[in-house]
Write a protein of this length. Structure first.
Length: 549
C-alpha cells in the first residue's frame, strides 16, 4: 500500500472521505485512502469537505469560546474549568483542551496545504471555474485555522506547503508574518469567490471578506498594526453590507434570524451544516443544549421529556446573570425576549396542573412581584442577590440561587429526539456581526458618525414596535458599548473570548463580571494566550512554551 499522507505536528492524516450527495456538505467514513487519491478531482473535492467537517470540532470547543469571559461561566469547578474559566494557578500545558484543539487546527492547515498543492488547472476533469473555487475555499479555511492558532497560542509553526515528512524540529513564526500571509491569501481568495453559493455551508466571497475584515481589525490593535488597518477592515466589511448583490441582507425582525424554519437565511454568511441524517450529523450541534437547565430533572412533577417543548438541557455553560442587565430596556428591545425563554407550561400529563404556566421568569427589571399565576416563580433577584445562581456545596462562591434560569432559546431544536444530537446549522458568520465589526472599525478610525449609523441600524431593527425605534437609537458610543451591543445581538454565538482579547478588554471585563475570576484572583497578561500543549512539545524540538506556563 502506498504511504499515507502525514499531518504536520505529527498526526496521521484523517481517514475520513467526504461525499456530497445532497444539497448540503456531507461526510462519510471509509477505512483509508492513499496518497495518490488526492491527485484526482474527486479526491480533492472530498478532501475539501473533510476540511469543512473539522471545523465542527473547532466551534464545539466552547471552553475556548465562552469560558473566562464576561458573559459565560463554567457550571462546576473541575480542573479544566478552574483553568479556563477562572485562570487559577493550576493553569498549565497539560490541560485536556488545548491539545486536541491544536492538533485539529493543524490537521486543517495540512489538509488545506495538500489540497492547494495537488489541485491544479491540469487536474483531469477540472474546469478553471472549479479550480478557482476549490483553491479559494481552501485558502479561506486555512487562514481561519491560522487565525485561531495565533490568537490562541501566539507565534506558532507556520507552513504554507504540504509537509510530506514527519516534522521533528520546528520554529515559532512571529504573528506579524502570519498576519501578512493571511491578509494576502484572503484578499486573493475573495477575488475568486462568488457572492452566491451553490450549497449551504460553502465559503462565499462574503465569508472571505468577513474573515479578512476581522483580521484587519484584530491586527489594528496589535503592536505590529499598520496605519490603514481600521480603514481596510471597514472597507472589506462594508462590501458585504453595501455591495453583496442582494445576497446578504438583514431580516425584518431580530426574532426571525434564528427561527428554525429560516435556516440559511439572507443574514447567514457562513454556517456549519448538520441535519437529521444519522450518517452525517455526528455528535451534533451542541448549541441547543448549552445554555439552560434540565427542566425535567429539576421539576419532574411538572415536566416530561418532550423535545418540541424544551430543547435538551444538559447545561454546559451558565449565562452570567449580569448579562441580563446589559439589556438596558428589555421592554422595548425585542432581542431580550427573542433570546430568552421565560415561560414554561406544564407538559406532564400526569400532573393535575397540565397545561398551566409551570415556570415564570419575569424580565430582569420587573420588580412588581406579579407571578402570572405560575406554579414556580423565579424573580431575577431575591433579597438584593442574584436569584439564578445555583445553590451547591461544590460551588461555595455561589451563596444563593435557585439553579433555574431562563434558557437561551434562539438555538432551540424541535426536530430531534430528547437529548439527541443537535441538527440545526451552526452560524459562524452573520450580517449582524458584520455591522458590529464595521462599527468597531469606524470607531477605531475615528469616524463616530459612521460607527453610530452601523449600530443604530441594528438597534432600530431590534425595537419591539416601530413606535419605539427612536428610543432604541443611541447618540454616543465607545468600545465598551460596542462589546455590550455584541452581547445583546450575538448572545450564545461564537468568539466572545477572542472578541475581548482583540479589543484588549479581556482582563478588565472578566474581572468585573466573572465571579470565578474574582474568586481565584489570578488573571494576568500571560493568559491572553493559552499554553502550548505539552504533548506537542514532547514530540519536537524548538516548540518553546509561552511565558509563565
Amino acid at each position: 500500500m502506498k504511504n499515507k499522507i502525514k499531518h504536520i505536528v505529527f498526526v496521521t492524516v484523517s481517514t475520513f472521505l467526504i461525499i456530497s450527495c445532497s444539497n448540503i456538505l456531507e461526510t462519510d467514513n471509509p477505512s483509508a485512502v492513499t496518497d495518490e487519491f488526492y491527485n484526482s478531482k474527486s479526491g480533492q473535492e472530498k478532501l475539501l469537505v473533510d476540511i469543512y467537517s473539522k471545523y465542527r470540532s473547532v466551534f464545539n470547543t466552547g471552553e475556548l469560546q465562552y469560558y473566562g469571559t464576561d458573559l459565560y461561566m463554567a457550571i462546576t469547578e473541575s480542573p479544566d474549568e478552574r483553568m479556563f474559566n477562572g485562570y487559577d494557578a493550576s493553569f498549565n500545558s497539560t490541560a485536556g483542551i488545548v491539545g486536541p484543539y491544536w492538533a485539529n487546527l493543524y490537521k486543517i492547515v495540512q489538509e488545506s496545504n495538500i489540497l492547494l498543492s495537488r489541485c491544479s488547472k491540469e487536474t483531469p476533469g477540472m474546469t478553471i471555474e472549479e479550480f478557482n473555487s476549490i483553491t479559494a475555499q481552501g485558502r479561506v479555511l486555512r487562514a481561519l485555522a491560522y487565525y485561531y492558532l495565533v490568537e490562541t497560542f501566539g507565534p506558532v509553526p507556520f507552513y504554507s506547503e504540504e509537509q510530506k515528512k514527519v516534522i521533528l524540529k520546528v520554529e515559532r513564526t512571529p504573528e506579524v508574518e502570519i498576519y501578512k500571509f493571511m491578509v494576502t491569501d484572503l484578499t486573493e481568495a475573495a477575488a475568486l469567490l462568488p457572492w452566491k453559493i451553490s450549497k449551504p455551508g460553502q465559503i462565499s466571497k462574503g465569508a472571505a471578506l468577513q474573515l479578512l475584515g476581522k483580521i484587519y481589525l484584530t491586527r489594528a490593535y496589535k503592536s505590529f498594526s499598520e496605519s490603514t488597518d481600521f480603514e481596510n477592515a471597514s472597507k472589506n466589511l462594508d462590501m458585504i453590507i453595501d455591495n453583496s448583490e442582494g445576497n446578504f441582507k438583514l431580516l425584518e425582525s431580530y426574532g426571525e434570524v434564528y427561527q428554525q424554519s429560516k435556516q440559511n437565511n439572507s443574514e447567514v454568511i457562513w454556517s456549519i451544516q448538520y441535519g437529521l441524517d444519522r450518517n452525517f450529523i455526528g455528535v451534533g450541534n451542541p448549541q441547543q443544549s448549552s445554555f439552560g437547565f434540565n427542566i425535567v430533572a429539576l421539576e419532574s412533577d411538572l415536566f416530561d421529556k418532550i423535545q418540541k417543548d424544551y430543547s435538551s438541557m444538559n447545561r454546559f455553560y451558565w449565562v452570567n446573570p449580569k448579562v441580563h442587565e446589559l439589556f438596558k430596556n428589555p421592554d422595548i428591545d425585542s432581542r431580550y425576549d427573542a433570546t430568552f425563554q421565560r415561560e414554561f407550561y406544564v407538559n406532564n400529563t400526569k400532573s393535575l396542573n397540565f397545561g398551566k404556566l409551570g415556570i415564570y421568569f419575569p424580565r430582569w427589571n420587573d420588580v412588581s412581584g406579579i407571578t402570572n399565576a405560575a406554579i414556580r416563580f423565579y424573580p431575577f433577584k431575591k433579597d438584593g442577590e442574584y436569584n439564578w445562581y445555583p445553590q451547591s456545596s461544590a460551588l461555595p462562591v455561589l451563596k444563593v440561587g435557585a439553579d433555574r434560569m431562563p434558557i437561551i432559546k434562539k438555538f432551540k431544536d424541535t426536530q430531534i429526539n430528547w437529548e439527541g444530537p443537535g441538527s440545526r446549522e451552526d452560524v459562524i458568520f452573520r450580517l449582524s456581526d458584520t455591522y458590529l465589526l464595521s462599527a468597531e472599525a469606524y470607531l477605531g478610525a475615528g469616524n463616530i458618525t459612521k460607527a453610530l449609523d452601523r449600530i443604530n441600524v441594528l438597534r432600530r431593527r431590534a425595537a419591539v414596535t416601530a413606535s419605539v425605534r427612536n428610543q432604541m437609537e443611541v447618540t454616543a458610543i465607545d468600545l465598551n458599548f460596542i462589546l455590550d451591543e455584541r452581547a445583546r445581538e450575538l448572545l450564545g454565538e461564537h468568539d466572545r473570548w477572542f472578541d475581548l482579547k482583540r479589543t484588549g478588554t479581556l482582563i478588565e471585563r472578566a474581572k468585573a463580571y466573572n465571579i470565578f475570576v474574582q474568586k481565584y484572583n489570578n488573571l494576568k497578561l500571560m493568559h491572553l494566550v493559552r499554553p502550548i500543549p505539552q504533548d506537542e512539545r514532547n514530540k519536537v524540538q524548538g516548540l518553546d512554551q509561552n511565558p509563565n506556563y
